[in-house]
Design a protein around this ligand. Structure first.
Ligand code: SF4
Length: 401
């Protein structure tokens, strides 16, 4: 995809956001930041999974105090997430964080916001300014809230986008008045339609780099859909410079799914195996669902983007697995393994996992030392002879209409 919208570039430690930089992946720790060991451990797990930038919450002085011990121990830049207490931002800057996430709307005193901006400028640290749907609707003034709700009823999405933009404009004015432009913008909602419309509008108006996210997306199972619908749509339009998928689950899943989303959109080069598998149907004669999960776990140890296919039969499998570097076609009690279109061996169901893994490891080794090349979509697989069914009959080819 080469339709990325041009934004200005900011640096978060060694990672660039915006400009020509690739879309980066962010996540946030779920530990108490003052628990130094647990936080360092989780940051390492996130970095290992492919996270480029990690955010930590700093609600208390003991959290910013812990930053001094955490920062030297972690391999990725750290963002301090500040709400309400401008002092936490100043302490985090002093501790050496690489970016501050600030919502000027919940720091009441303008002078305090200015002090944070000055401190960030002195250290060359960018600030992410976020407007979250939940944080900008009126909560205290009942009359104002009623009027706001009434206005939202006719076209909730558009009115919400308007409120978000209005608020954002107010915040950006503060940064402009401070002549501070190392700003990243986010505008999050729980509703993917609002997220899409808000970022489209912001992108049309500003050239600040954009941090994409759906807030409070829920557990991984449903949050994944909610996030990818919004973020994937925007990224496909060329909007977005850094992403955070957020789940009420282990944050490592956020990174896995963000990576897969960027891989699928061609915005990040795949560095690990790609697994394709058939959805199974009435022709299946092995426990393919379990096999696929086991293959996925095993393949995680390989650091070469080998394309591996696990197919439930030799009837439609070869066509669907076209392009796979390593493939298995299963039948009753047996599987035929192919490497780049060449039939390698037939193994029993019990040996299928080990054999597929061995062939994948061996193929990855050959790629790494230049003896083989990843073939992308160009591998053609000639269908093997059908494996007999349990009653000895041969499966008939499926006619696809
Ligand atoms: S590959 Fe075979 S078993 Fe799997 S869905 Fe296709 S036809 Fe069914």
């Amino acid at each position: 995809m080469n339709n990325r919208r041009k934004t200005r570039s900011v640096r978060v430690g060694p990672v660039a956001i915006g400009g020509d930089a690739p879309v980066s992946i962010q996540s946030m720790t779920s530990t108490y930041t003052y628990d130094i060991d647990a936080t360092v451990k989780q940051i390492h797990a996130l970095a290992q999974a492919g996270c480029d930038i990690v955010r930590v919450a700093v609600p208390e002085p003991r959290d910013t105090e812990a930053l001094k011990h955490i920062l030297p121990q972690v391999p990725v830049p750290i963002v301090a997430d500040v709400h309400f207490h401008f002092q936490r931002a100043l302490e985090a800057v002093e501790a050496g964080v690489h970016k501050i996430r600030l919502n000027p709307g919940n720091i009441q005193d303008r002078g305090q916001v200015d002090r944070v901006i000055r401190a960030c400028r002195e250290r060359g640290i960018p600030i992410r300014v976020g407007v979250n749907e939940g944080g900008i609707v009126e909560r205290k003034d009942k009359d104002k809230r009623a009027a706001e709700k009434a206005s939202l009823e006719s076209d909730y999405e558009q009115h919400m986008v308007d409120i978000m933009l209005e608020k954002l404009e107010e915040y950006i004015r503060i940064f402009d008045e401070n002549d501070f432009h190392d700003v990243v913008i986010s505008a999050k909602s729980i509703d993917p339609r609002i997220v899409i419309r808000a970022y489209q509008a912001i992108s049309a108006k500003y050239d600040f780099p954009l941090h994409l996210g759906v807030t409070h997306a829920g557990p991984k199972e449903t949050g994944c859909i909610r996030s990818v619908v919004a973020l994937g749509t925007l990224l496909a339009e060329g909007i977005g410079d850094t992403v955070r998928i957020s789940y009420a689950s282990d944050p490592v899943y956020e990174v896995h799914d963000a990576k897969e989303m960027l891989n699928c959109l061609g915005l990040r080069a795949r560095i690990e195996p790609e697994l394709i598998a058939c959805p199974t149907c009435g022709r299946i004669e092995i426990d393919l669902i379990s096999l696929v999960q086991e293959v996925r776990t095993r393949l995680a140890t390989i650091k070469t983007p080998v394309k591996v296919a696990v197919m439930g039969c030799v009837v439609n499998g070869p066509g669907e697995a076209e392009g796979a570097d390593v493939a298995v076609f299963a039948g009753k009690g047996k599987g035929i393994i192919y490497v780049q279109g060449e039939q390698k061996r037939t193994v029993s169901e019990a040996d299928m996992l080990d054999a597929l893994y061995e062939e994948s490891v061996e193929f990855a080794r050959r790629v790494e030392c230049g003896e083989a090349t990843l073939r992308g979509g160009s591998v053609t697989i000639k269908p093997p002879d059908p494996l007999p069914r349990s009653d000895g009959s041969l499966p008939l080819p499926v006619v696809t209409r």
